[in-house]
Write a protein that binds this ligand. Structure first.
Ligand code: ATP
Length: 763
């Protein structure tokens, strides 16, 4: 199979008589408008709170009789029109009363949007959307496949030589290093005034990525795409304003991929940039020479990285000089435009040994090409041993220069980043001022999946999508959990605390890493056959009343959340202001506060246990001090719950035999295991999901199988509760207590959630 056959979509067939072929056979969420014979687009189906259609629903309901709108050119037409009998619209079975499909009149090529008739232009090249002279029907295909063949060389260039292996690629802004297109505008949500569109991007030599996004109007849709082209990516787009171009030029060619600890400070407002960083430990350094010439914008960039080689774990002085010579008079140093990408300094920890040890290859092939055409500067540190990232994040004095810290690998590398930051004196400032991101390179990649980098549910997270998420820089708050074990051991968890079945699968299959994702399946089968259970005590703090444990109907209402989690429509408007102000609001200044982490609920409700397990963290009086709440970003938090519900919390205690126990902060434990579909990374709760030992092997097997889609929560044998804090005390031995995939001491563990403690890069 050629690269094109694998990743580049077939040329869209614009012959209206035949149904067009699908955009792409693989790795693409394909949604299209349906040619529906029903005349009443507003025919409603029972309304629920989740009237937004999921990708899954769209996929399953829009199979037949499709007509694709590849690109919609909206030209207001004086003739207003009501529904026509000859319209294409969504199947009424997938509509809710608030959901208005865009209607495409098949023969007249016009589109009806809010009772206004627009001319619909079918084309795959989004640039033409803005082209004032282009009025003909877009039957030509000038999009991805052709543009990729005409691309300039550069992105993803790979040489076997160590010296130039990570040479920064040419990022020629005028070349089609990246193709961005609006593929479909597929529906409007009336109540929330949201417009759902499908947008694609395809870096040169890479797969086409398709995803849905939401805006509130077609104008905003255009602005959003425009912003992607001009502000997220370094595309030389005639539609970009001069300010945009200034931003592009000031950022062009600023990325260097170092396989050492050499932070690069590419100051966007200063074209000559010298950065000497010392104290880089335990590195094997290779000299990188990087010369990039960009003729089109008369930019010359020489990145000369001179690095020492030292295999003896001693400190090196690494010198990294970026000399950017910019000869274009238009490129002022006064970078006044607001760009999501401007000022972003991204630190990437890459674990080359994650998963199937393909981290470096994955990075070069799927991630680097996207980052190289993005408005950010990045540094890559290849981790050389366990705890490397943790130590770096805990001790690096220059950490505050970064706006984003990314882990490329499995969830273990994220655990290290978070716990490293948690050990700093200025942990609070760092958590507030940086965004954490995950590019999948490991086996499970739970955070990457939960952050939206899956292209299809049940499939592994996509490194390209994750790179896009990094490039775009949109983020949401994320809860973290404090986990305490005696004596005074403290971990910050972003993922899960497991015991019994899942912990046994996770840790008991460490020797099967070579199997990749299949090791989880093998482990699960072993678990089902042996069906071990363990006696233990569980004490948990939950909102009083019915919410303590989900009833079946509550579960069924909540499960669509998982669809939203997967889909994660991002409202452009919501993010725009926040992201533009990000740097301003979070100006980095290192402040050694040495503030101890506070756990007011453990203080109040688990005081004796807390005092016994972690006396250094316990205040001693057991009183809740509202001032000490670790709700760090209440403006971002969906639930500022401490104040509102601390008075209505209840403690529940059980002692039993458990076959399965998970405390989940996010929905997925891996791409094909949805531990709690109701979990969301900033809902302010921990989801306890457990199974007591009163079920047959067959039922246990069903629970495991159903967990692939999160449907196990419908099983009566599965208990689900949203809690604020809990204590787990294993009594029987033989299992593991596992925090975020890492085995910790087998014994009591005390946990409290910290709502919105950090920021997560999400779709
Ligand atoms: N260079 C290295 N050599 C050995 N171990 C490393 C190195 N870099 C990181 N590690 C350790 O490897 C552990 C596992 O890594 P990671 O979580 O990235 O991959 P994984 O376990 O394959 O993925 P997943 O967590 O999704 O199953 C981390 O906890 C980290 O401590």
């Amino acid at each position: 199979m050629t690269e094109e056959e694998q990743g580049v979509p077939a040329v869209l067939n614009r012959d209206e008589d035949k149904p067009p072929p699908s955009i792409n056979d693989q790795d693409v969420n394909h949604s299209s408008l349906k040619n529906n014979s029903h005349d009443s687009p507003n025919e409603s189906i029972p309304h629920n709170d989740h009237s937004i259609l999921s990708n899954h629903q769209l996929e399953s309901n829009l199979e037949e009789n499709l007509i694709e709108i590849s690109c919609v050119k909206m030209i207001p037409n004086s003739a207003s029109s009501s529904s026509s009998s000859n319209t294409n619209n969504f199947n009424s079975t997938v509509q809710s009363k608030n959901f208005i499909p865009i209607q495409l009149e098949r023969n007249s090529h016009s589109l009806i949007y809010r009772n206004q008739k627009f001319q619909a232009e079918l084309d795959v090249d989004f640039l033409k959307l803005f082209g004032s002279s282009h009025t003909g029907r877009g039957s030509s295909h000038t999009g991805s496949s052709s543009s990729s063949s005409s691309n300039s060389s550069g992105s993803g260039t790979h040489s076997n030589s160590n010296n130039n292996r990570f040479k920064s690629s040419t990022t020629h802004p005028s070349a089609a290093v990246l193709t961005i297109a609006l593929e479909h505008v597929f529906a409007i949500h009336q109540k929330h005034s949201l417009m759902f569109s499908v947008f694609t991007f395809q870096p040169k030599d890479s797969k086409k990525i398709v995803y849905h996004f939401e805006t509130s109007s077609i104008e905003e849709t255009c602005e959003w795409i425009h912003s992607l082209r001009c502000n997220t990516f370094k595309l030389h787009d005639p539609t970009c304003s001069m300010n945009d171009v200034n931003t592009i030029n000031n950022n062009t060619l600023s990325n260097t991929y170092n396989d050492i600890h050499t932070p690069i400070n590419n100051n966007n407002t200063n074209n000559t940039n010298t950065n000497n960083t010392t104290n880089n430990t335990n590195t094997t350094n290779t000299g990188n020479t990087n010369n990039n010439t960009n003729d089109n914008n008369n930019n010359t960039n020489n990145n000369n990285n001179t690095n020492n080689t030292n295999n003896n774990n001693t400190n090196n002085n690494n010198t990294n000089t970026n000399n950017n010579t910019n000869n274009n008079n238009n490129n002022t140093t006064n970078n006044t435009t607001t760009s999501f990408g401007s000022h972003r300094q991204v630190l990437i920890f890459l674990n080359p040994f994650s998963g199937k040890k393909q981290g470096l290859k994955l990075f070069e092939k799927h991630v680097k090409p996207i980052l190289d055409v993005s408005h950010l500067s990045y540094v890559v540190i290849k981790t050389e041993r366990a705890h490397h990232a943790l130590e770096y994040c805990a001790t690096a004095q220059d950490l505050s220069q970064y706006t984003d810290i990314i882990g490329m690998g499995g969830d273990g590398i994220i655990f290290e980043i978070i716990n490293g930051i948690g050990k700093r004196l200025d942990w609070k400032q760092v958590f507030q001022s940086i965004r954490i991101g995950h590019i999948p390179g490991g086996t499970s990649n739970a955070l990457a999946v939960s952050a939206g980098s899956q292209l299809k549910s049940g499939k592994p997270a996509s490194p390209e999508m994750a790179a896009f998420i990094v490039a775009r820089g949109f983020y949401q708050p994320m809860d973290l959990e404090s986990c305490f074990q005696a004596p005074n051991k403290h971990y910050l968890s972003f993922l899960s605390i497991t015991w019994s079945a899942i912990a046994d699968v996770d840790i008991g299959t460490e020797n099967m890493r070579w199997l990749g994702g299949a090791r989880n399946t093998v482990g699960a089968l072993k678990q089902i056959l042996t069906k071990k259970s363990y006696r233990g005590k569980l004490k948990y703090l939950h909102p009083s009343g019915e919410e303590s444990s989900f009833t079946t109907s509550q579960r069924s209402n909540s499960v669509p959340n998982i669809k939203l989690n997967q889909q994660r429509y991002s409202s452009y408007n919501n993010y725009k202001k926040k992201n533009n102000n990000y740097k301003k609001n979070n100006d980095h200044h290192t402040c050694m506060t040495n503030e101890k982490i506070q756990c007011p609920l453990l203080e109040q409700y688990f005081h004796q246990d807390f005092k016994a397990i972690a006396p250094d963290y316990c205040n001693g009086n057991g009183l809740v001090n509202e001032q000490n709440m670790v709700n760090m970003d209440t403006t971002n938090s969906t639930v500022n719950h401490e104040n509102s519900i601390s008075s209505s919390l209840t403690l529940t205690e059980i002692e039993d035999k458990f076959s399965l126990f998970v405390a989940a902060n996010i929905s997925h434990l891996s791409y094909d295991f949805i531990a709690s579909p109701m979990a969301h990374h900033h809902d302010g709760y921990i989801d306890l999901v457990y199974v007591k030992d009163n079920i047959s092997r067959g039922d246990f097997l069903n629970i495991f199988l159903a967990a692939e889609k999160g449907d196990h929560v419908f099983d009566k044998a599965v208990d689900v509760s949203k809690v604020k804090a809990f204590k787990l005390s294993p009594i029987d031995t033989g299992s593991y207590v596992v925090v975020d995939g890492e085995a910790v001491d087998y014994g009591d563990i005390l946990v409290e959630v910290h709502p919105s403690m950090c920021n997560l890069l999400t779709l």
